[in-house]
Design a protein around this ligand. Structure first.
Ligand code: MN
Ligand code: MN
Length: 469
């Protein structure tokens, strides 16, 4: 009997709950790390806020803006900020850069409600803002929750006004008003995806008419614009040159009696952004040059000059080459071909409320460590960057040698849905790439859920990966 048990242990794939493997001292590290992460996602709710907060952290750790440096040598630490919306950071390795980089790439944009160019209107003496949702959301989840307003407005005289309302204790919040159940018999017969339409996502922002004896229309709208003008100096037309994002104003918090989980907005993909950047801060004299890249626009297809498809990342790499070994035509191509990339993006964690959606042998489980995903895509693996067995082998051996808790998974049963990441973009340029991130329950909802054990393991995994020769 005993022999069969041993045999089973040696032959079966392990699939352990990570908490059971933790010693008291490590458990404390997991909680301490995750509590700092909770603070981070509470202060960085947009890509611009992420760049701002993370740049401060980089500066504190002696990273220098690459544009201020002429020559770089092993051990030097640099960063580059692209239009305040995405960021690249590197630690120069002792090895010749022509042998390639170790790159961890995450994204710092998250699903949300953007304002339309002409958002403000009045209807039956209530003022509202028209939104255009960004990224894949289930629209019904975004009504009747407190929303905060974040972003920038460029004025006529080219002044940049920064806005953040709804995060501080004394700030007002905003919301989208759903229909009361008493009058919902028609709405409730609709398909879930039609119950709240894109054009129904109108945010309530005021109700007091402008005080005047004159006979004018739209007095509530006038009152709101007047308030905004007094506070920020803006006029209605300034909305056309703004990037205003409405996000859930709820604070991220520990979840559960045992406080083992994190609930909070924007964990896709700031959980991987935070852990991959923190890992870069804590590596010493790597052999290969280590790069953390934090992209924008992943949630809408990685397009645009701050998305992963932009050549600005290559500009940064060319700068690294130029300032270390000297650049020459074709060098970047051969560097990228020899580079290793972890596409650090979240995946679906098994949700016990919906067991029929999952294929239990190939899912990510909360608390079982970081998920390594060979391919994403949909039914036919369509659109996937399917990693080579050799590279998957390299990653699993690296993680096993370094005691990283990891699991291998897909996302749901075949044909039920699908998704993609930035993996294919760097694979296109010749690098070995695999998706590797934290499992999330209720992804893209206003209140996503992760495990503190998995968060800490992501940090350990990225740190190990950067440092590998
Ligand atoms: Mn993502
Ligand atoms: Mn996403």
């Amino acid at each position: 009997m005993e022999k069969a048990k041993e045999l089973k242990e040696s032959l079966f794939r392990p699939n352990n709950n990570g908490w059971e493997t933790l010693k008291e001292e490590e458990r404390k590290k997991v909680f301490d790390f995750s509590n700092k992460y909770i603070n981070f996602i509470n202060t960085a709710k947009t890509e611009r806020e992420c760049v701002k907060v993370l740049t401060e952290i980089l500066e504190k750790h002696n990273f220098k803006n690459i544009e201020s440096q002429t020559n770089l040598k092993a051990g030097d630490k640099v960063y580059y900020i692209n239009r305040n919306k995405n960021i690249y950071a590197a630690v120069i390795g002792s090895d010749d850069l022509k042998n390639g980089f170790n790159i961890v790439g995450a994204h710092i944009d998250s699903p949300r409600l953007d304002l339309k160019p002409n958002p403000l209107y009045e209807c039956e003496e209530l003022a509202l803002l028209k939104t255009h949702y960004y990224g894949g959301i289930k629209k019904y989840q975004w009504v009747n929750i407190p929303l905060s307003m974040h972003g920038v407005i460029m004025t006529k005289d080219n002044k940049k006004i920064e806005i953040n309302i709804g995060e501080n204790k004394n700030d007002p919040i905003f919301t989208i008003a759903d229909l009361l159940p008493h009058l919902s018999s028609q709405q409730e017969k609709k398909k879930l995806q039609d119950a709240i339409a894109g054009e129904d996502l109108n945010i309530l922002v005021g109700s007091i008419p402008y005080e005047t004896e004159e006979e004018i229309t739209e007095k509530v709208k006038l009152n709101i614009l007047n308030l905004l003008n007094k506070k920020y100096g803006i006029v209605e037309r300034d909305f056309v040159s703004s990037e205003i994002e409405f996000v859930p104003s709820m604070k991220a918090k520990s979840l559960g009696f045992d406080e083992s989980l994190v609930a909070g907005y924007g964990q896709d993909d700031r959980v991987c952004a935070y852990t991959s950047l923190k890992a870069l801060l804590n590596i010493d004299n790597p052999k290969r040059t280590s790069i953390c890249l934090l992209a924008d626009k992943e949630e809408i297809g990685s397009m645009g000059n701050t998305g992963m498809s932009s050549r600005v990342f290559e500009y940064f790499l060319n700068e690294l080459l130029e300032k270390t070994i000297g650049n020459k035509p074709g060098l970047l191509d051969s560097c990228l071909k020899s580079s290793r990339v972890l596409s650090a993006d979240v995946t679906a964690g098994y949700n016990p409320n919906f067991p029929n959606i999952y294929e239990k042998n190939n899912e990510s489980y909360i608390g079982h460590g970081i998920s390594v995903i060979k391919y994403t895509g949909s039914a036919s693996k369509g659109g996937a960057s399917d990693a080579n067995a050799e590279f998957v082998g390299y990653i699993r051996n690296l993680f096993e040698k370094n005691n990283i808790a990891y699991q291998n998974s897909e996302m749901g049963k075949i044909g039920i849905g699908g998704g993609g990441t930035i993996a294919y973009i760097l694979a296109d340029r010749g690098a070995d790439v695999i998706d590797c991130g934290v499992p999330v329950i209720s992804m893209h909802s206003p209140y996503e859920i992760t495990s503190k054990f998995d968060i800490y393991n992501a940090y350990k995994a990225y740190k190990t990966f950067y440092q590998d020769e």
